[in-house]
Ligand binder design. Structure first.
Ligand SMILES: Cc1cc2nc3c(=O)[nH]c(=O)nc-3n(C[C@H](O)[C@H](O)[C@H](O)COP(=O)(O)OP(=O)(O)OC[C@H]3O[C@@H](n4cnc5c(N)ncnc54)[C@H](O)[C@@H]3O)c2cc1C
Length: 273
C-alpha cells in the first residue's frame, strides 16, 4: 500500500494573505489599502516575503491560522490514523468509514512494516491477514453489519483521508511528527505534506521542520538519551546543554573569541572568580 499525499487546494495566495494579515497589525493602512498596493505592484513579492520572514522569527502566530491547506492522503493505516486524529486544533478530518465501506473479495488493504519484513515475519503476517479477510467476508455474508465485522480488522488496515489544516497547525504537526522520535509512518506522511507545500510555496514550506529545526525552536527537548541517539542531534543542541551554556555565560565563565564565537574556559585558567 504506497502512501500518497497530494495538496488538493489551498488559500488562494498564502504569501499575499500572510503579508496582508501581518501588515494589518503593524500599519496605519487598512487591509483594503494594503491589498490595493499589492494589486497595483507597489508592494512586490520580494517585499512581502521579506516582511513575512521577519515576522516568522517572532511569536506572532495568529496570521498563520488564516492560511489553509487541503490534502488528500491515501494508503495509510489505522495505526497512523489513530495518531493523526489526536491533533485537534486547526485541523479537520474526513476519513474513509469502515461502516459504510465494506472490503470486498475476502481481503482488505494493509501495510506490512519494513521491520517485520527484515525479521522474516512477512509471510506469517500475510497468512494471518488472509485468514482475517476470509472470516470478515464470512461474517458479512452471514449478515453481520460492516460496523461489527470490522472488529476483526487489524491496525495495519488501510484507510484514506481528506484533511483541511491551517498553517499554524501544520507547523505544529511537523514540529512533532518530523522528529525522529515520531512513528515512521507519520514521519513519512508529514514529510510528504511538507514536500507538497514546498513544491508550490517554498517561501513558507521551508518553515516546516522538526521542532529542533533552525527555523523552529532550534533545540531538542526530548530525553537526553534520545537526543544522543538522534542523527539530527549531531547538528542541533539539546535544551539542557543550551541552558548550561547560558548559565556559564551569566556566571562570566565564557570569553568571546570573536563577535559570534565563545569558548568555555576553566575558572582557574581564566582567573575569573
Ligand atoms: C512522539 C510522540 C509520542 C506520543 N505518545 C503518546 C502516547 O504514548 N500516548 C498517548 O495517549 N498519546 C501520545 N502522543 C500523542 C500526544 O499526547 C498528543 O495527543 C498529540 O501530539 C496531539 O496533541 P497536540 O496537543 O499536539 O494537539 P493539537 O491539536 O495538534 O495541538 C495544537 C496546539 O494546541 C494546543 N492545544 C490543543 N488543545 C488544547 C487545549 N484544550 N488547551 C490548551 N492548549 C491546547 C496544543 O498544546 C498544541 O500546542 C504522542 C505524540 C508524539 C509526537
Amino acid at each position: 500500500m504506497p502512501i500518497k499525499v497530494k495538496l488538493l487546494d489551498h488559500t488562494h495566495d498564502p504569501i499575499r494573505s500572510l503579508y496582508t494579515g501581518y501588515r494589518t497589525a503593524y500599519s496605519s493602512l487598512t487591509p483594503m489599502q494594503i491589498d490595493e498596493r499589492i494589486e497595483d505592484g507597489r508592494i512586490s513579492r520580494e517585499k512581502m516575503t521579506d516582511f513575512i520572514e521577519r515576522r516568522l522569527q517572532t511569536g506572532h502566530a495568529s496570521p498563520l491560522e488564516q492560511i489553509w491547506f487541503e490534502f488528500g492522503i491515501s494508503g495509510v493505516t489505522r495505526t497512523f490514523s489513530h495518531q493523526f486524529v489526536r491533533h485537534r486544533v486547526g485541523i479537520s478530518f474526513e476519513q474513509q468509514s469502515q461502516r459504510y465501506v465494506k472490503f470486498k473479495n475476502a481481503t482488505f488493504p494493509y501495510t506490512i512494516p519494513q521491520s517485520v519484513k527484515k525479521a522474516g515475519k512477512e509471510e506469517k503476517m500475510e497468512a494471518a491477514f488472509e485468514k482475517l479477510g476470509e472470516l470478515y467476508q464470512e461474517m458479512l455474508d452471514a449478515g453481520v453489519p460492516a460496523e461489527d465485522a470490522r472488529f476483526l480488522l487489524p491496525n495495519a488496515t488501510g484507510t484514506n483521508f481528506k484533511v483541511l489544516v491551517n498553517f499554524q497547525e501544520l507547523l505544529h504537526i511537523c514540529d512533532l511528527r518530523l522528529c525522529t522520535r515520531a512513528q515512521w509512518e507519520f514521519r513519512k506522511v508529514a514529510s510528504l505534506m511538507r514536500a507538497e507545500v514546498n513544491r508550490s510555496f517554498p517561501e513558507i514550506g521551508m518553515y516546516l521542520q522538526p521542532k529542533c529545526g533552525e527555523r523552529r525552536w532550534g533545540y531538542c527537548d526530548e530525553d537526553y538519551e534520545a537526543w544522543e541517539a538522534c542523527p539530527i542531534g549531531k547538528k542541533r543542541p539539546h535544551k539542557r546543554d543550551m541552558f548550561e551554556l547560558f548559565n556559564s555565560y551569566r556566571k562570566g565563565e565564557l570569553i568571546p573569541l570573536d563577535d559570534a564565537d565563545y569558548k568555555i574556559i576553566e575558572k582557574e585558567d581564566s582567573g575569573v572568580a
